[in-house]
Design a protein around this ligand. Structure first.
Ligand SMILES: Nc1ncnc2c1ncn2[C@@H]1O[C@H](COP(=O)(O)OP(=O)(O)OP(=O)(O)O)[C@@H](O)[C@H]1O
Length: 228
């Protein structure tokens, strides 16, 4: 599903953010990406979501070479991706329903279809009863769930999250991670970047560890091996 082949990313500043990264993520896998601050986690996700382009190497997603996409093709490519950010980027002048519906407006769905899909997504994150609220009145954990509902409303094949639990307490963080596991259980390929090592360890899933831009570990950690 996702292949990085000898990927390098050097920013215009001269910073080498990723160095010869090769990895494969199969369809339907759940994988955590970790590493110290500045290790290159966000950069890897930005390459995958075509926000940045690789300097060298190739990135294939469902057979498509992402680094070679023309600018006009990128919005179409992103329709198959659900993207969750740490600061969920909700619009506070719209209701919960409208926020979750945003990707569908771009995709040109009928009103009936929008209603059906938004409610299904809100139901999956347990917030169907909050559809008329303004997100500003919701807790941080609920806001993050809305961000996740918005990411999955298009039924993407791949769900990508960058530090989705960054501002949440351990209990809420654990619930959010469980949501990703739930989406994975129904076939979605999920990649979550997080520096929360304790939380990742408890999930007992595959972990990729970056260190100074290099992939130094890829496996299901038995003990502390993935966390130097
Ligand atoms: N747009 C940019 N221009 C120049 N350098 C950048 C840019 N974005 C990131 N970097 C640098 O690339 C390296 C990797 O950064 P990246 O944000 O990918 O790391 P990270 O592992 O996500 O870190 P964090 O956990 O702090 O978010 C860092 O040295 C960072 O300063």
């Amino acid at each position: 599903m996702i292949t990085f082949d000898n990927v390098n990313k050097r920013y215009a500043s001269g910073q080498d953010a990723l160095v010869r990264v090769s990895l494969e993520i199969g369809r339907g896998e759940l994988v955590f990406l970790t590493g110290h601050s500045g290790a290159g986690k966000s950069t890897l996700l930005k390459l995958l979501t075509a926000i940045e382009r690789p300097t060298r190497g190739s990135i294939l997603v469902a057979g498509q070479n992402i680094g070679r996409l023309r600018n006009g093709q990128i919005p179409y490519y992103r329709r198959n991706l659900g993207i969750v950010f740490q600061n969920h980027q909700l619009l506070f002048d719209r209701s919960v329903f409208e926020n979750v519906a945003l990707p569908l407006a771009v995709a040109g769905c009928s009103r009936r279809e929008v209603g059906r899909r938004v409610r299904a997504a809100l139901d999956k994150v347990g917030l169907l009863h909050k559809e008329r609220h303004n997100p500003i009145v919701l807790s941080g954990g609920e806001q993050q769930r809305i961000g996740i509902a918005r990411a999955v409303v298009n039924k993407p094949a791949v769900l990508v999250a960058d530090e989705p639990t960054g501002n949440l307490d351990p209990q809420l963080s654990s619930e959010i991670m469980q949501l990703f596991a739930d989406f994975n259980a129904v076939g979605v390929t999920v990649l979550v970047a997080s520096h929360d090592l304790e939380l990742i360890a408890r999930m007992r899933e595959r972990v990729l560890t970056l260190q100074a831009g290099q992939l130094i570990y890829d496996g299901i950690p038995a003990r502390e091996a993935a966390y130097p």
